[in-house]
Write a new protein. Structure first.
Length: 230
């Protein structure tokens, strides 16, 4: 089957325990779908890079700034299509077939559904709310992954090196240019932050950060707030 080439870009920081699971998921792709897997590592220790290289990924070093890490990884890639993933996520079964179908359709940006790897009614309600936000506003965030053609990313001005809100910034620039479409299966994210801080508190904090971003707050200041709180 003739298909465009695909690069997976994964920003990572101290993810030696969770990253191997995602890399194993990627290896379940149909033959020759993924031509490059680039892990952009900002860890102060070598473990994350070591497990990435062991799985056959290309490792690039960067400062601890997710927008910058994505920018660096995209710059190191050569494929016509890009799949941007967080290092602590897990792909659904048969994810490769979903991606192949999306790549064969007219240009668009594609996202996975949101799912948290933890139990609790509050988390299920959160997942439902995120699904409706995406359907009504076409506004997925970075922990849902993003699949898009390089040409569309270039048309939007590329990835900006923001330490926080890099996902919201990019989606807002993509919205006037092309449809933002649902792949129809969940990308499961690690639930440690939601379990540790509580669903309501975490959701309220994230909403406040997004509100302040829309009102003109500087991304660097928001990042300090976010990472200061863990």
């Amino acid at each position: 089957m003739n298909r465009p080439s695909l690069t997976v870009v994964i920003p990572a920081r101290q993810e030696a325990q969770r990253l191997p699971l995602l890399l194993a998921d990627l290896q379940q792709a149909p033959p020759d779908l993924v031509t490059e897997t680039i892990v952009v590592d900002s860890s102060p220790d070598p473990e994350t890079a070591a497990v990435a290289q062991l799985a056959g990924a290309q490792v690039v070093r960067s400062q601890a700034n997710r927008g910058l890490q994505l920018q660096v990884g995209i710059g190191a890639s050569t494929s016509l299509w890009l799949l941007l993933l967080h290092a602590d996520s897990r792909l659904p079964l048969h994810w490769g077939a979903l991606v192949e179908r999306a790549m064969a359709k007219p240009p668009a940006a594609w996202y996975f559904d949101f799912k948290v790897a933890a139990t609790g009614a509050n988390l299920r309600l959160l997942e439902f709310a995120v699904q409706w936000r995406c359907r009504i506003r076409a506004l997925p965030y970075g922990d849902q992954g993003l699949l898009l053609p390089r040409s569309l990313l270039n048309q939007a001005g590329g990835m900006r090196p923001l330490p926080l809100m890099e996902d919201l910034d990019l989606i807002q620039r993509l919205q006037p240019l092309a449809p933002i479409r649902r792949l129809g299966q969940p990308l499961t994210i690690d639930g440690r932050r939601w379990k540790r801080d509580g669903v309501l508190r975490t959701a309220q904090r994230n909403a406040a950060l997004r509100r302040d971003w829309r009102q003109g707050a500087i991304a660097e200041a928001l990042a300090q707030r976010y990472y200061r709180n863990g």
